[in-house]
Design a protein around this ligand. Sequence first.
Ligand SMILES: Cc1cc2nc3c(=O)[nH]c(=O)nc-3n(C[C@H](O)[C@H](O)[C@H](O)COP(=O)(O)O)c2cc1C
Length: 543
Amino acid sequence: MENTFKKTAIWTIVFTLILSVVWLPALWFFTLWIPIIVLGYYDYHQTSHTLLRNFPVVGHGRWLMERIRPFVRQYFFESETDGAPVSRMFRSLIYQRAKGSLDSNPYGTKLDTQRVGYEWIGHSMAAKHHDAKHPVTRILVGGPDCIQPYEASIFNVSAMSFGALSDNAIRALNKGAAIGGFYHNTGEGSVSDYHLEHCGDLVWQIGTGYFGCRDEKGKFAPEAFQKVASKDAIKMIEIKLSQGAKPGHGGLLPADKNSNEIARIRLVEPGTQVDSPPGHSAFSTPLEMMDFIQQLRDLSAGKPVGFKLSIGRTSEFVAVCKAMLETGIKPDFITVDGGEGGTGAAPLEFSNSVGMPLREALSFVCDVLIGFDLKKDIRVIASGKVFSGFHLVKNLALGADICNSARGMMVALGCVQSLVCNTNSCPTGIATQDPKLTRGLVVPDKAERVAGFHQATVNSTMEMIAAAGLRNTADLNRSHIFRRISETQVRRFDEIYAIPVVGSFFDDEAPTKFAQALKESSAESFFPKQYVTETTEGLKAAS
Ligand SMILES: Cc1cc2nc3c(=O)[nH]c(=O)nc-3n(C[C@H](O)[C@H](O)[C@H](O)COP(=O)(O)O)c2cc1C
């Protein structure tokens, strides 16, 4: 290729010089040729890219194609059901609902109803009609120990921090929450001024970095917590154990993103890299975790306190339930995040292959709570690809009381799924801190869209349950949903995910699928018993 490049360069120069004899302005072409020749010379001699050494100049086409590939696919080749993580069908639905434009579907379903995995709700012959005069279900969160219970919408904004999202995105989500009467989870990056500007209800999330409630060593600081938790806007507190997109992986705030503003909000040193450890330092056993829940409840004057997790080893969740029973301290809510959940940035292996998918995780959590007769006091919140009324219905039927959405709300804000959340160059000004990009996001307009998406989705949920003859989402259960499990067989959800008898885990009557987790779990350790050593001080995790 060297010869081809040299020959082409020499012939171009000679031809241009000859042309300039008859037409002098041809010399201007050198302003184009010289940079190309310099680039080719550089490509040929650089040592990082084989392709450019072998094909100087033209080899850059490969990188150009890689860059535009997602856009070409999305705009020219994507079918209705294509596109990940949010398919085109649901992106369009969210845009339509957010804008309040026509969202009805012409000509019938585009889904393959014979496909294994196809699901639907069984409607009733005594179907009801839902309209504005019928009440929309609200869910009271707050067990017997909670002094300030909170009445939540069935659909809310899932955790996303200021830092992962821009100031204007946070403002628009919060204003949308205020307009629509639903909550906005702060994410683990603490409570910023943008979260408070529009007075939307907040769930304050506390991760392993204890941002906004930490001392200089990064440990939990009760006074700092109390100061923030006492704010009126904060309705509930969520301890984040893990999230589905990267369970067991701590977050990292790079030094260049750690601006003075972010440092002030998170109580960290500006301009330094801040690592969030994968686990909590405020507790190291299920029993200590319950004490921490009680401490947060006391410090927040009795606001609902819960935790968020992605299910990993099942015995660990059983261990947490055993700790609830042993201490008598219960969380007011548990948020179950599916392994399919989103994030600003995570290692591919963690996003692809760590964490239980929502369906299995949600049914498992609900079953264990039912088996220990704990479900009556604890609300279950589900997150993971909830974009439509039917997504809500499925999760509520499995046992959730409430659903959260992160990426659905981002799409309502105008996200075009360009998949660059981890590069600070989000073209829609949502997942970036670049002021040149965030200025494009107009808060009042996008707040209306977030509220519009919420309202239309809740309305669709209420219409769907009315078609099943119900008025309250709490009356949904697993018998309402059907799933195709082979070309010729269909099962109801209650046949696939059989519900244990309430309290049956106390009488050794737990279904066999829970036997192993029940046997290996202990309130004294997150680890299963066989990995725990008996010491004079009690049970200790073996190293
Ligand atoms: C940009 C972005 C930032 C997120 N930040 C957090 C976070 O700070 N804390 C957390 O628990 N989950 C975080 N998540 C996960 C979401 O809260 C949610 O659990 C997950 O994306 C599943 O919901 P979805 O499918 O509706 O997106 C984030 C997700 C996204 C897309």
